[in-house]
Design a protein around this ligand. Sequence first.
Ligand code: AMP
Length: 670
Amino acid sequence: MNAQDFQPLPPGKNNIILGIDLGTTNSLAAVMTPGGPRILRDKDGNGMVPSVISFGPDGRATIGSAAKAHAVENPLCTVYSVKRLMGKGMADLREDLRVLPYRVVGDDATRLAAQTQAGKPSTTAGAVAAASSGHADTTTAEGGCATEAGGARPTESREIVRVDINGRLMSPQELSAMILTELRQRAEAALGQEINQAVVTVPAYFDDAQRQATRDAGRIAGLDVKRIVNEPTAATLAYGLDQKQDATVAVYDLGGGTFDISVLRIAGGVCQVLSTHGDTHLGGDDLDREIIDLITGEIRSRFGQNIQFPPSTRQALRSLAEATKVRLSDAEQTTVEIDLGDGRNFQRTITRSEFESLAAKWLDRTIENSRQAVNDAGLSVEQIERVVMVGGCTRIPYVRRRVGEYFGPGKLYTAVNPDEVVALGAAVQAGILSGMKRDLLLLDVTPLSLGIETLGGAMGKLILRNTTLPCQAGELFTTYVDGQTAVDIHVLQGERELVKDCRSLGRFQLRGIPPMPAGAPKIRVTFLIDANGILNVSASEERSGKQAAIQITPSHGLTRQEVDGMIQESYRSAREDMAAHQLIDTRNEAGRILRAVDKALVNAGALLTADQRANLDATVAKLKTLLEGSDADAIYEAVQAVNTAATPLTQAQMDEVLRQTVKGKKVEEF
Ligand code: AMP
């Protein structure tokens, strides 16, 4: 990320508060800008820092992607999932310890009967108060998400865990601090200034000890943690849900290794967690494992039960399985190919529906957890008005389908990148704390027109600027090539007439249209913007019933100034733009006429006189020549000339159809 991507922040220098999603698998940082919250990215565009720390033989630590690469060769010195250890004692970690390859030790000598009060920083990193562990339901009020999360809880003694790296004992707080330091340094490099304040998110079920441990980690990393915010609350902040009318919201978070479902009540800008449920060992990794089991099972039955899969092969299989799962979010099927050596080659096509049947039992569990969370909140599922989707696995179409089936249609919020939504929400909270105005574009009208790309690069507007929200608009489109089975829907925003001058908001494809002649399919494109400014674009082919959809937040990343600038530019360019749009329309019409003439010539060309044919050929040739230029008026006239010259052909074709109909019939049959 370049510093110039960011506009100057209103608060004075060194007053930036970083928003941080300190995740089990990946961590991200974001800042508030006048155009809304933005993720901080490295020069390659990566925002995510894997929450992995690897120690070399000299004790030096590497953090992030480079550390992750060492996981296979150096398992004892590569620490991941440290979030699972935060604020926990040995007794709480029995299940985790079985799967973590590095050494975790208890420290009897430092067993403390801490009497730390909630919210009061402990003096020793790791000396923290304890409450229940695991998935305790929490009821937490966060005003604007304004009050501290986590109330006072009874304290008890808890043994401190440490990670043993070649005899060097490190607390989870120190390890988490390394990840936070990496994020802080990245942010400082991107923004060109020192940062020493942050808002950090934690799961809603984190108890006081876990929250305090997170705060301590921040302090070790040189960050004053101004606020600990619940992850589901951050997700609703990223969507601006706290700003509009009161609502009851569920946040469904399915990541790589954990699943969380929370029910929140937003009223008067205050966000209250009513209930949380989940499974700290359920996520994308389980779906990957299903694919691995399918592949290894078939390899063994084809090439012998005694085939072994050493750790390096297992790691490769894990990567392959994950890539397969990700590909199946876009494609209906994908082929995996594995070279087993000795001329043995395994190839297998996996379809999306096959993957869905493997994933079903895991999805059942998430739905069961959701049902419990809704019950615990004392609500019926109908009372949940929106469902915010968080975590990489919510990109899986099957996950969206199942969640949509349970909560009801039209409630899912998927517009914000599910990997980034929590960090973006943390930045929104940071912006509030530093006194910045909120996303200025959360208006009650659409600030700019919205539409789709039409043939030839023109912008077809469906919703005009200044339309009051919520609103809906639809239009019918069709294909322009015979047998076309897919159409690209490119969603645009802006006041200009050409695609190249508008802002691209997203694209999706409507696939599986049965082959039909050009112009026959009826593709209805619908734009629906809800009261929160979330745009749902759907496309359906009416004859076949095929459907596809995308969700977008049109206001993201635009400042009031940028919007005004775009509108001014459209006034200045209005005349040229109209001419350009007219040229595109005229060319499209010319293309349609030329295709129709070609078709008619095949059917009835032989019926024309030589003169008629010569006349038609000449006008067609002239039109084709003019199409190489950009004189819209001349093309328009040439189209009219072709139309006139083609009249005898149209007439002959109609006569021929009539003759075929009449042939062999008696007068009394008419
Ligand atoms: P998170 O913990 O939120 O970063 O989510 C990571 C999980 O999301 C991993 O299991 C990824 O394989 C999975 N994931 C990310 N993108 C996709 C995608 N497009 N389709 C399916 N799974 C995905």
